[in-house]
Design a protein around this ligand. Structure first.
Ligand SMILES: *[C@@H]1O[C@H](CO)[C@@H](O)[C@H](O)[C@H]1NC(C)=O
Length: 161
């Protein structure tokens, strides 16, 4: 509880400072909810998000950076299946994301990440075909054995330009 309060105070005090001083392409660290990740999620950053929930303009592309720590070599995989979607009014809408996490993470066998490796994965999310309402962004990465390596969700508010 104390940690949560500190995080909230940190968030409230730092974000307005950053947004008034940084150029508009700056990304903000946002609160997120972990939905059962095997890997340790360190932080999530979203571009052009000056307050939480992030307001996302329909028709725009937002950059989402997932900072995580690989835990456990038992989860090595040749394949990493990424599924990113929005949920608005209980309806699931697929999001288009690039690049693929396997090609974005440097190394010859990019999905085979060694234990303890710290990864910064930046991806662009195209936001189209969503209604101007509050919703949730879900981000999941699963290996070929269907183990959930990364799972988190963020509250967002879709807005018209
Ligand atoms: C997203 O990242 C790309 C590449 O780093 C950058 O060119 C672009 O300006 C970023 N977009 C936003 C909205 O920050």
């Amino acid at each position: 509880m104390a940690e949560l309060i500190i995080k909230c105070i940190f968030f409230l005090s730092v974000v307005p400072f950053l947004t008034t001083n940084a150029i508009s392409v700056a990304a903000s660290v946002v609160p997120f909810e972990d939905c059962g990740s095997i890997y340790y999620l360190e932080s999530i950053e979203v571009s052009d998000c000056s307050s939480y929930p992030c307001r996302i303009v329909i028709g725009s592309t937002v950059n989402v950076t997932t900072n995580f720590l690989v835990q456990g070599t038992a989860y090595d995989s040749e394949q990493l299946v990424q599924n990113v979607y929005f949920v608005v009014s209980s309806i699931q809408l697929q999001a288009q994301v690039s690049p693929d996490p396997c090609t974005a993470v440097q190394g010859s066998n990019a999905c085979r990440l060694e234990n303890g490796r710290r990864v910064k994965y930046q991806a662009a999310v195209r936001v189209d075909n969503v209604p101007p309402l509050r919703g949730t962004l879900w981000w999941t990465m699963t290996n070929s054995a269907h183990e959930l390596l990364v799972c988190y969700k963020l509250t967002v508010i879709f807005t018209l330009a």
